[in-house]
Design a protein around this ligand. Sequence first.
Ligand code: 5GP
Length: 188
Amino acid sequence: MSDIASKLVIVSGPSGAGKDTIVNELLKRDSSLSLSVSATSRAPRGNEQNGVEYYFISAKEFLEKSEQGDFIEFARYGSNYYGTLKEDVQKRIDSGKIVILVIEVKGAEGVKKLYPEALSVFIMPPSEEILENRLRARQTEDEETIAKRMCIAKTEIEKSADYDFTVVNDDLQSAVDKVYNIICDNRK
Ligand code: 5GP
């Protein structure tokens, strides 16, 4: 297994499935885990800060970076670009961490092509209805964006079979435990 592949954990799932909440719980639980900070061309939401949730850059800068080969993978999601930065991931691996990539399904496919042994986990919402309710409850997206995200969610769920593991997020604590056990069994 390549050095990098043995340190990567991909977490995907539809917007609103709870992957960010689960990953934040994992980071609190185990300091050997580190979250890759991606670059995106989307605007910050709510209290999001540059360099914390994402590096917020313009679409032009994003495309320049992709031409320079700065990304392990990148994808267009809705009307924005998102990409995993090689340098950010390498820095975390060099400091001895297991790196979690919270990315959508096309990007995950790209990482799996480059690093087939990267561990992949799909976070599944209990139902489409619950997913839509969660997206609405966040009050961070307008109706048009919610409709777009629900549409993307359906195609993402079809891809869940390509992942090494699927965890249904019906109860947060038990979903966190399951993902943590998967990581411990396969990455430590
Ligand atoms: P959001 O706008 O809700 O923060 O993210 C939208 C989607 O983009 C989510 O599914 C999120 O996991 C995904 N995403 C975040 N960063 C990356 C990345 O670096 N690459 C890819 N392919 N997807 C990402």
